[in-house]
Design a protein. Structure first.
Length: 453
């Protein structure tokens, strides 16, 4: 199995190479050259545990890693989840099920991918005998999930930049209170985009990249998308048989990574009904699925900050299929978008519906779901609870624990949502490494920390 770039100007990579590289050198994203057919395997997968299912699935994508090893990797990756089901499917009514994706260490769905990615990094370090410096910028959830995937791993140091004062206090604590000696939470003046710019400049210096063996952690790694396919299959297998063929997965969406994973599983032969893209007021994807027009606007901060995105980085992977796998056309469309041109794309197939929700409606919806089902949702998950299909079962993907967003949730339900993991953080000392928002001091810092061990 090889991985190709959506833009067609990078040589085929193995799974491990694609995971290590993250982004293809032509600026495109990696995808399997051919999707395997899983339809015939589903019945045999029904009785597996979550970790066993993930191991079976990944063997199809990286047969060069032995089956035994995949089982050990997935077992370890999902051992830190606080539910025996890892991704429990809860029934709110005959029509509505919720797939809770927040039982991992940082209480958001990104743990599914980043717990595994941390172990894949560790495996590379062992194989190559070379230490790794992992660098990324975050507006909240990705950084904490990445830190929890890498902390305490031999041979890895992780450096996460974030805009000072602009991430939620609990998210900062999740990054800066680990006590792990290989974790560096680095607040910088400015915005997320400024921090992201500093990361890019570091990667633009090949001598530095090779000196410290720098690797990027971001939302576009192919291993992340594949890890997310697994819970769609898991949920589908847990549904009553008569609901499966028409079920609609409803996915709170920002970078289009989560919902893309479900759609890919469908392309591999998971016989489900379809998907709904649920956005907040940053509705570029809603507008695209309504009209075919993909046009970036300004980001407007919302109650669902992990979806405050106007350039959905994983969208390019869907575009590749939408444009009939014509990589040259993908490359040109992406270039035109980058120049701010208005691009009209072929009307997407009917597998997708889309909805959007503003902040006032998010607050109302949290209250409404609480009244109707005695169930508390976080502001991201709330975005899914509009336009629910009446004629078939919906599976709502719940992407974060309500306890991560106590103010909005308390306001809407009258009760403060608490979680022991977050309570424990409140007493711990914050350890941060503030730096200027420019590349040279950061490079010096990374060199010093990497060589000091
Ligand atoms: C990252 C995130 C999302 C958006 O996921 P994408 O893959 O970017 O679409 C939604 N909810 C929460 C809580 C998140 O952390």
């Amino acid at each position: 199995m090889f991985y190709i770039s959506t833009r067609g100007q990078t040589r085929p990579h193995t799974f491990s190479e694609a995971v290590e590289a993250g982004l293809a050198t032509d600026g495109g994203l990696f995808l399997p050259e051919k999707l395997p057919d899983i339809a015939g395997k589903l019945a045999g997968w029904a009785s597996l545990s979550y970790a066993e299912l993930a191991a079976e699935f990944f063997q199809l994508f990286a047969p060069e890693i032995p089956a035994e090893e995949w089982r050990a990797l997935t077992q370890e990756a999902y051992s830190k989840f606080d539910s025996p089901d890892v991704a429990p499917l809860k029934k709110l009514s005959d029509q509505i099920h919720v797939l809770e994706l927040w039982h991992g260490p940082t209480l958001a769905f990104k743990d599914f991918a980043l717990q595994l990615l941390g172990l894949l990094y560790k495996r590379q370090v062992k194989l190559k005998g070379k230490k790794l410096a992992v660098l990324g910028a975050t507006s909240g959830d990705t950084g904490s999930a990445a830190i929890h995937g890498c902390m305490g791993q031999d041979g890895i140091d992780i450096f996460i930049l974030y805009p000072n004062g602009r991430v939620a206090p609990l998210q900062e604590r999740q990054m800066a209170c680990t006590g792990a000696s290989n974790v560096y939470a680095i607040p910088m003046p400015g915005t997320f985009d400024d921090a992201q710019g500093v990361v890019k400049e570091c990667f633009g210096d090949p001598a530095f990249v090779s000196a410290v063996n720098l690797s990027a952690v971001n939302s576009i790694n192919i291993a992340r998308v594949l890890a997310q396919c697994v819970y769609y299959i898991w949920a589908w297998l847990k549904l009553p048989a008569e609901a499966r063929a028409t079920v609609e997965f409803v996915v709170p969406t920002g970078n289009f990574g989560n919902v893309l994973a479900g759609w890919l599983a469908q392309q591999m032969g998971l016989p489900c009904g379809g998907f709904r893209v649920a956005t907040n007021q940053n509705d570029i994807l809603y507008r695209f699925f309504e009209s075919g027009e993909y046009k970036q606007g300004e980001v407007r901060p919302s109650y669902a900050p992990s979806m405050d995105i106007q350039a959905a980085s994983n969208f390019e992977r869907y575009l590749y299929f939408l444009l009939g796998k014509d990589q040259e056309q993908v490359r040109q469309v992406m270039l035109r978008m980058k120049q701010g041109e208005r691009v009209t794309l072929p009307k997407p197939k009917s597998s997708f519906r889309a909805t959007r929700m503003d902040d006032a409606m998010i607050a109302d919806t949290i209250a409404q779901v609480w009244r109707d089902y005695s169930y508390v949702v976080d502001p991201h998950t709330a975005c899914a609870f509009t336009g629910l299909a009446e004629d078939r079962v919906s599976v709502v993907l719940s992407t974060a624990s309500p306890a991560k967003f106590p103010e909005v949730v308390q306001e809407a339900t009258g009760t403060e949502p608490l979680h022991p993991t977050l309570e424990a953080l409140k007493d711990k000392a914050l350890q941060t490494y503030p730096l200027e928002s420019s590349p040279e001091p950061l490079k010096a810092f990374i060199r010093e920390k990497v060589s000091g061990k």
